[in-house]
Ligand binder design. Structure first.
Ligand code: FES
Length: 172
């Protein structure tokens, strides 16, 4: 018997076709060793995020505590609990970058975009995230725009960088 869950009506769990996708992923992978990780990966890539109700639903179906699912989702930065924007800007929180200016960059991004890391702009265009060292420490501070590493980024260059992303968008 499933534990009852309060599900907002726009959550994938409440949308029949999305729930069918999640059910299929569960069915195909629940007996695999390490199945939870495979399932969460598939859900993230096919649905785009793993909301709290989705975590609860998956935990119920797999008969594991929701804290187990939540622990995995919150540990790995490629899982998100809300939909990501069209573009993602990640700030490296590794030591070299942190000492080299990541906090000032985050502050600038907050001023310009009005959102904190972990949030998406209301127009759904940009998500800010934090990440661990990406191995480009000599270029600290580093940000990752979509999959592209940008090094030695200064706070006063951030607005220019945003314009580039926006222009690219208009051109595409
Ligand atoms: S600390 Fe940022 S790339 Fe290594």
């Amino acid at each position: 018997m499933l534990k009852s869950i309060t599900v907002p009506e726009n959550d994938p769990i409440a949308i029949e076709e999305k729930r069918a996708i999640i059910d299929q992923i569960l069915e195909q992978n629940k007996h695999l060793p390490g199945g939870l990780m495979v399932i969460l990966n598939e859900v993230q890539s096919q649905i785009g995020f793993i909301s709290e109700p989705m975590q609860q639903y998956i935990a119920n179906k797999l008969h594991v505590p929701v804290s187990t699912v939540h622990g995995v989702v919150s540990f790995y930065s490629f899982f998100t609990t809300t939909p990501r924007g069209k573009h993602t800007i990640k700030f490296c929180m590794g030591t070299a970058c942190y000492v080299g200016g990541t906090p000032q960059l985050i502050e600038k991004a907050k001023q310009v975009l009005g959102i904190d890391p972990g949030e998406t702009t209301p127009d759904g265009q940009i998500t800010l995230e934090l990440c661990r060292c990406v191995g480009a420490c000599s270029q600290a501070p580093v940000i990752v725009v979509d999959e592209e590493i940008q090094g030695r980024v200064r706070p006063n260059k951030f607005p220019q960088l945003l314009r580039l992303i926006q222009d690219e968008q208009k051109g595409s």
